[in-house]
Ligand binder design. Sequence first.
Ligand code: HEM
Length: 169
Amino acid sequence: MFQDLIAGGTESSAVTVEWAILELLKKPEMFSKATEELDRVIGRERWVEEKDIVNLPYIESIAKETMRLHPVAPMLVPRMTREDCQIAGYDIRKGTRALVNVWTIGRDPTVWDNPNEFCPDRFLGKAIDVKGHDFELLLFGAGRRMCPGYPLGIKVIQASLANLLHGFT
Ligand code: HEM
């Protein structure tokens, strides 16, 4: 149990922050947009705190966009269907093991415009969240087996990314 918590609670957030910085280094205009938001909302005199994140929509969008393209858990924990059902138009028998491919959903052109483009702006002003209700973005899973660490994970990603950008020269 503790191994699960340590493995799930460290590498996942660190890898996501690395991907975010990599994507931003390739798109300097987006990097500047993020640091402008930080300068405007936080100012140059202090670091970003957890409570500031609600006022940093662009940083939140960068975190979502990074995880859409580079989900740390590309496949959710396998589910067993409890009754005959239909998934995406296919008839599935009771007792079938179903795998949800988050990576593929995140790059599905029927769901996303320019799916392979890193574009945080696509989330600005949109109500899509990562709490398992919006099936196009199941970054932490959904239902009873959803990631129990998601409130911690998302905050660690947002706060450490924001502070790395805020202190970047
Ligand atoms: C970037 C951060 C994280 C991401 C993207 C992530 C993602 C996920 C995903 C997709 C699952 C499978 C959910 C499902 O199948 O519906 C999962 C399960 C799990 N996560 Fe996370 N996680 C993160 C951070 C954390 C943290 C911080 C902890 C704990 C401190 C944690 C602990 C766990 C555990 C224990 C499970 C297994 C739950 C179960 O099988 O019932 N995760 N995580």
